[in-house]
Write a protein that binds this ligand. Structure first.
Ligand code: R5P
Length: 289
């Protein structure tokens, strides 16, 4: 029997998993000094569930402390389920001498005592190669497409060059063509959709990306698509981080609907959003040895 321990930000998804897996569920108690009193049982498998969205550093530190505490109970295995794994965008130095943060996170998780990582839609698959332990990187695309509104002339659009592989996969699933937006960034939170590679006139565009942070990437792409004659615009976005004025920006953008997952819990999303439950896919991943 395993014990599922939820970090402070992933209680709902952790509890749902424990019900579906018919396993013990334990909520961690995080005191002001980040001491915690979860009590995994000696010799058993422990599953810790915690996303590392904003405040990313607090949630990450809490997760590392949970793993460290679990390790001291000598479980047979510590599976760390991180529905949204932050810092993944920094999978290479973005300036000369800059950090490879995604690599550092892998080192920290392993040093804390993780024996296996389960996550959803890493920014790039090469991040898996940073780990010396098993990483299951769940692909949510098929689940997300099940919530798409049916369209006559679908075309998949990547909102930047970095997202081409994800977009290519989606185009294969939907058996349609692919277009690409050329995005430039002037600062970490400011981007511009410079031009479009492909034809979208009278087409039903499906933008696909791993995350929405400020909403700039998605909304600038949508404006460019509309200007280029797109008939409709839907978006499949795995992780809805939603920072700053993202909700307003999205509300004003020419996007008909956005399909996302519950990797990050949200109390308030506008009715443009539809949330697909990832618990069944996470359960399936946990069933694998
Ligand atoms: C970038 O490479 C990512 O895949 C996202 O496109 C980007 O981080 C989204 O950020 P924002 O919503 O702030 O434009």
């Amino acid at each position: 029997m395993a014990t599922i321990i939820s970090g402070s930000n992933s209680k709902e998804i952790a509890y749902d998993l424990s019900i579906q897996l018919q396993t013990n569920y334990c909520e961690s108690i995080i005191s002001r000094f980040a001491d915690q009193e979860a009590a995994p049982i000696y010799g058993e498998k422990v599953i810790i569930v915690q996303s590392t969205y904003k405040p990313a550093n607090d949630h990450l530190m809490e997760l590392l402390l949970l793993i460290d505490a679990a390790k001291r109970q000598l479980p047979s295995q510590i599976i760390v389920l991180i529905p949204y794994l932050g810092y993944s965008r920094q999978d290479r130095p973005s300036y000369a001498g800059g950090p490879i943060s995604a690599r550092l996170i892998s080192t920290l998780l392993e040093a804390a005592g993780a024996s296996r990582i389960i996550t959803i839609d890493l920014h790039t698959t090469q991040i898996e190669g940073f780990y010396n332990i098993g990483v299951q990187n769940i692909d949510p695309l098929v689940s997300l497409t099940s919530a798409l509104k049916t369209t006559d002339n679908p075309i998949v659009v990547s909102p930047d060059i970095g997202g081409i592989l994800r977009a290519e996969k989606l185009a294969k699933i939907l058996n349609c063509d692919l277009a690409i937006v050329h995005k430039t960034r002037s600062s970490p939170n400011t981007s511009q959709a410079e031009c479009l590679i492909g034809q979208v006139e009278n087409m039903d565009c499906i933008l696909v990306d791993d995350l929405i942070d400020t909403g700039g990437t998605l909304c600038n792409a949508a404006v460019l698509l509309k200007k280029s004659g797109a008939k409709s615009i839907q978006a499949l976005i795995t992780h809805a981080i939603i920072s700053n004025n993202a909700i307003d920006t999205i509300h004003r953008a020419p996007i008909d609907n956005i399909i996302t997952t519950n990797s990050i819990p949200h109390l308030v999303l506008t009715d443009k959003f539809r949330v697909v439950d990832m618990t069944p896919m996470l359960c399936e991943a946990l069933h694998h040895p």
